[in-house]
Design a protein around this ligand. Structure first.
Ligand code: FAD
Length: 381
């Protein structure tokens, strides 16, 4: 581990590793600190879908620009991250959802996204196993450039690429304190020694609140429990991710053939990892309502993970005047994998040359200080 670094990144998930690559590529010395192993947080338990269809402009822009990076990433990192663009099909069930979808698609098109509202015949052309009556769909919104990547391969590819520059990654090393002087960062203390620095990035996922507490900053995040399953491998059937905001279900077929997907149960905050039979029942009955031909398929694995939720379901990015150099990069509320390339780029631009993207203002922690907040409505799972 370094004794001094330009930037210390807390967390070895997709955001920590992507940031390490981008920052060290700019010539900065970087120390990543991970208390367990790389991908041991939400990154290793996620669906890894990549979607540009959001209700807020900030998320849509971050996702559109992230997809542009994902499209070239395997080549850039010289590792196959298994990025595929099979599209996202978002079911529309009633008039209220249709009105919201029309609004979303209008805004998304204005930002340059190729997206449309499609009828039930087109839904069945794209994913033939869907029963549009069983799923109670009246239409769907569809974007063909949405997709998926392998979260493990992407994170490890970023980590490996960062090591070609001035990055050190310390795993099984826990941050236990952060020393500040007035409004500046001075030192990060771990259970294996300390590092002097003026920049700390809090990319600790659902543990970001513990890290922010170390510098006496209160963040409104809560860990929201989720369950997700994977079936046995099947021959290739469909390429698109299917989701429904009303039913909460999402599922797609992976490159190796298994169906991976989830659905929410009653909201439960906290870090309880125990998987439940209720989830298996609810997921399989909804999945087979959507796609009856999957009823014979065996579930092989089932696990829990946690969304790092903010009150408006939008991430918290950048520093505040209270503590310069303490960079927030958390609160992704279930969509931090897909946004990581662009989020890392704008944080890197800020640290390396002081350039502050407008997103810093929109997604700043300060937005919760009495201002009117805009909710992200397109959250699933
Ligand atoms: C079931 C499920 C499905 C999801 N599906 C999708 C999806 O389809 N698409 C999408 O974009 N997103 C999805 N997400 C969300 C996505 O997984 C997260 O937003 C993203 O992985 C967050 O990455 P991260 O690097 O910020 O945090 P994490 O991956 O959580 O990494 C944080 C790391 O910080 C480390 N850490 C914590 N405290 C300390 C400390 N004191 N010292 C050192 N290290 C510390 C942890 O060990 C952890 O490894 C899903 C999440 C879940 C749970």
């Amino acid at each position: 581990m370094k004794r001094k670094a330009d930037v210390v990144i807390i967390g070895g998930g997709i955001n920590g590793c992507c940031l390490a690559y981008n920052l060290s590529k700019k010539g900065l010395s970087v120390q990543v600190i991970e208390k367990r192993y790389l991908t041991s947080g939400a990154t290793g338990s996620c669906g890894a879908g990549i979607r540009q269809q959001w209700s807020t402009e900030e998320n849509t822009l971050l996702a559109i620009n992230s997809v542009k990076i994902f499209e070239k990433l395997s080549k850039e990192l010289k590792e196959d991250i298994e990025f595929r663009q099979g599209g996202y099909l978002i079911a529309i069930h009633d008039k209220a959802e249709m009105n919201q979808a029309i609004k979303n698609v209008k805004m998304q098109k204005k930002l340059g996204l190729k997206v449309d509202i499609i009828d039930n015949d087109k839904i069945q052309n794209i994913v033939p196993i869907l029963d549009v009556n069983g799923m109670n769909a009246i239409a769907a919104s569809y974007c063909p450039t949405d997709g998926h990547a392998n979260p493990f391969k992407t994170t490890f590819a970023y980590a490996k690429a960062s090591l070609k520059y001035d990055t050190n990654i310390a795993t099984h090393t826990k941050v236990i304190d952060i020393k500040t002087d007035k409004r500046e960062i001075k030192e990060v203390i771990t259970d294996k020694g300390s590092i002097k620095t003026n920049f700390v990035i809090n990319a600790a996922g659902v543990w970001s609140k513990e890290i922010a507490d170390m510098v006496k900053i209160n963040i409104p995040n809560q860990a929201l429990r989720k369950e997700i399953l994977a079936t046995e491998r099947l021959k290739p059937i469909f390429k698109s991710m299917v989701i429904s905001f009303k039913d909460g279900i999402y599922f797609s077929q992976q490159k190796e053939g298994q169906i991976v997907g989830g659905i929410p149960l009653e909201k439960e905050f906290g870090l309880k990892t125990l998987p439940t039979i209720d989830f298996l029942y609810h997921m399989s009955s909804t999945l087979t309502r959507y796609a009856p031909s999957l009823s014979h398929v065996k579930v092989l694995r089932h696990w829990t993970g946690f969304y790092d939720m903010t009150p408006d379901a939008r991430p918290i990015i950048g520093d505040t005047k209270d503590l310069i150099g303490f960079i927030h990069c958390h609160g992704f509320s279930g969509h931090g994998f897909m946004l990581s390339p662009m989020v890392s780029k704008i944080i890197t631009d800020y640290i390396s040359n002081g350039k502050k993207d407008k997103i810093f203002e929109d997604l700043s922690l300060d937005r919760f200080k009495g201002k009117k907040i805009t909710y992200e409505k397109s959250v699933v799972g």
